[in-house]
Write a protein that binds this ligand. Structure first.
Ligand code: CU
Length: 124
């Protein structure tokens, strides 16, 4: 009885170590993925500030019941149409820098995309 209990405990302990190792290996690093999402919810961009690598495509999704859009504070860098609920807008950041943006319908809604890295080869 007591021997069996000990064996069971060892098995559980071993499984716990395995799970921990898998979790550590699977941890994502900085947002280096090619595609990142920003949600618009309750008049807020989430995350409000996002750091990505050059070449990353950011997709905004409007989860509000109210229309919003995305306008770069730096003129002409990027601008979306007005998005209804569940509307999406994507922009690929090909240059490093700090890109502030806002919603033209509600200018108090602001966000920033920080793009790190060196510019990739220019497309033909
Ligand atoms: Cu808005």
């Amino acid at each position: 009885m007591s021997v069996r209990t000990t064996i069971t405990r060892r098995r559980i302990f071993g499984a716990a170590i395995l799970v921990a190792a898998l979790a550590a290996a699977g941890l994502p690093g900085q947002a280096s993925a090619e595609e990142v999402e920003v949600r618009i919810d309750n008049f807020t961009f989430a995350p409000q500030q996002l750091t990505v690598q050059v070449g990353t495509t950011v997709t905004w999704t409007n989860e509000d019941d109210i229309p919003h859009n995305i306008v770069s504070s730096a003129r002409g860098a990027f601008k979306s149409k007005v998005m209804d609920t569940e509307g999406k807008y994507s922009f690929t950041f090909t240059n490093p820098g700090s890109f502030e943006y806002f919603c033209a319908l509600h200018p108090h809604m602001k966000g920033t995309i920080v793009v790190e890295g060196t510019p990739g080869p220019k497309a033909p």
